[in-house]
Design a protein around this ligand. Structure first.
Ligand SMILES: NC(=O)c1ccc[n+]([C@@H]2O[C@H](COP(=O)([O-])OP(=O)(O)OC[C@H]3O[C@@H](n4cnc5c(N)ncnc54)[C@H](O)[C@@H]3O)[C@@H](O)[C@H]2O)c1
Ligand SMILES: N[C@H](CO)Cc1c[nH]c[nH+]1
Ligand SMILES: [Zn+2]
Length: 428
């Protein structure tokens, strides 16, 4: 059951409470993640084996799978599943390859030429969640743009299943991506291993991928403690649905539950201008949830979720922009005029026939997206996430005559004589 709040009656403290998610107020998650990072730094593979036994319930001697083992697992899956993964791979590839655009060089003054060239990040680490559900789709979402960018070394970490291996679907995605090793490590320990390196797991330059609160906290900590960078905070899934009287309550309930089933810490928010629709969504949720294998998880997430009743769609957009959802779904007949008003969202799904699950798997857009309000400042994963853009410049004699005197004055006003001299010696 979603608690309903009238938008007009929301106070500043209501906003603060409703906009917050996964805050770790007692710092319990941070404390345990710091301990895990320290342990992995100190004891490497031994710590990885111990944590894998503790959290994933399996004692591993070898933390990797060989190319032959991956190949055997990949060929064990059904043809329909292979084809579905191939279609997802192709669509993600098609959408992402358009992001590799060459920029033009600019002559900012005659003889002063500037340009930018992309270079792949050499060593990247991809975290593929596998705690409550194994997500082969995430491997495609990270591996495809990494391949398009041209990253030389792609390290994949994912928690092992109870049998000490990965599932065949993840193996098939590794095969599609031409990646022939996987490290059987999950959680904060996997993030620490990729940040610092162990005997088995190579250290990388940038860590990508979603995960639970432990994984997300570990990513932000290693970013500040080591030389590794991260894609973004991509934590527990969330969705915000904007709807009016034209929406179908069954579709709304299905979309709310699709994100709720990810985990008890997911959030699913409905912002609607029509109280009748909210009431019908509540009934649809009650019916649909009973048929879900993961109904217990979904029920916990729904219990922490809510509905906002607005008078206008402008109010709904205003709330959504403050919430900055990972996923925004707009279920209204007349959605087009609303698009330009959206300022904060990870990925947007418009119209009645656009479930968020299409973006999770196969439409082509990336499903690794900022959560917990970070859509205010971060974009989802793209080919750009795997590239650095290096700037270049070249000055001709004419260019030096044009720009030199300006630089001399600016260097002088900052009191940096050597900067000025570097120009002056060339102008003499
Ligand atoms: N934002 C996005 O783009 C996006 C995309 C896909 C999935 N997700 C989210 O990713 C998350 C996946 O979570 P998950 O748990 O299923 O898998 P996960 O792989 O992120 O986490 C599993 C690991 O968590 C660690 N762990 C579990 N309990 C722990 C504890 N008490 N202390 C320390 N470590 C512990 C274990 O090492 C375990 O291997 C979900 O919340 C899902 O919503 C987000
Ligand atoms: N909804 C998740 C992103 O928050 C992505 C995902 C993977 N599989 C299913 N869904
Ligand atoms: Zn999902």
């Amino acid at each position: 059951m979603l608690t309903t709040y009238p938008y007009q009656a929301l106070t500043a403290s209501d906003f603060e409470r409703l906009l917050a998610r996964n805050t770790d107020p007692s710092n319990a998650i941070q404390q345990s993640v710091i301990a895990i990072i320290d342990e992995v730094k100190a004891n490497g593979d031994t710590a990885l084996r111990d944590y894998t036994e503790k959290f994933d319930g399996v004692r591993l001697e070898n933390l990797t799978l060989t190319a032959d083992e991956i190949g055997a697992l990949a060929s064990s899956i059904g043809r329909d599943q292979q084809r579905a993964l191939e279609i997802a791979f192709a669509n993600i590839h098609r959408f992402h390859e358009t992001q590799l655009r060459k920029e033009r060089s600019v002559e900012t003054m005659p003889g002063v030429k500037c340009w930018r060239e992309p270079r792949p990040i050499e060593k990247v680490g991809l975290y593929i969640p596998g705690g409550s559900a194994v997500l082969p789709s995430t491997l495609l979402m990270l591996g495809v743009p990494a391949r398009i960018a041209g990253c030389k070394e792609i390290v994949v970490c994912s928690p092992p299943q109870a049998n000490g291996s990965i599932n065949g679907y993840v193996a098939y995605c590794l095969h599609l991506l031409r990646i022939n090793t996987v490290y059987l490590v999950g959680g904060a320990q996997a993030v620490a291993a990729m940040a610092y390196g162990t005997a088995s797991v190579p250290r990388v330059d940038k860590i990508f991928g979603p995960g639970n609160q432990y994984v997300t906290k570990a990513k932000s900590l290693v970013q500040s403690l080591s030389h590794v960078s991260i894609d973004m905070p991509a934590g527990p899934s969330e969705v915000l649905i904007i709807a009016d009287g034209t929406a179908n309550p069954q579709y709304i309930a299905a979309d709310l539950l699709a994100q709720a089933e990810h985990g008890a810490d997911s959030q699913a928010v409905l912002v609607c201008t029509d109280q009748r629709i909210i009431d019908e969504v509540q009934l649809a949720l009650d019916t649909q949830i009973t048929a879900l294998p993961r109904k217990d998880v979904a029920a916990k997430a729904i219990a922490k979720s809510y509905a906002i009743q607005c008078n206008t769609l402008d109010e709904a957009i205003a709330f959504s922009n403050r919430y900055a959802p990972e996923h925004l779904i707009i279920q209204t007949d007349d959605w087009e005029p609303l698009l330009r008003k959206i300022s904060n969202a990870g990925s947007v799904f418009v119209g009645h026939l656009t479930p968020e699950s299409v973006g999770d798997y196969a439409s082509g857009t990336n499903h690794t997206l900022p959560t917990s309000g970070f859509a205010r400042s971060y974009s989802g994963v793209s080919v750009d996430s795997f590239l650095k853009k290096i700037t270049f410049q070249h000055i001709t004699p004419e260019g030096l005559r044009n720009i030199g005197p300006t630089v001399e004055i600016l260097a002088e006003l900052e009191g940096l004589q050597a900067h000025k001299n570097a120009v002056s010696v060339r102008l003499r």
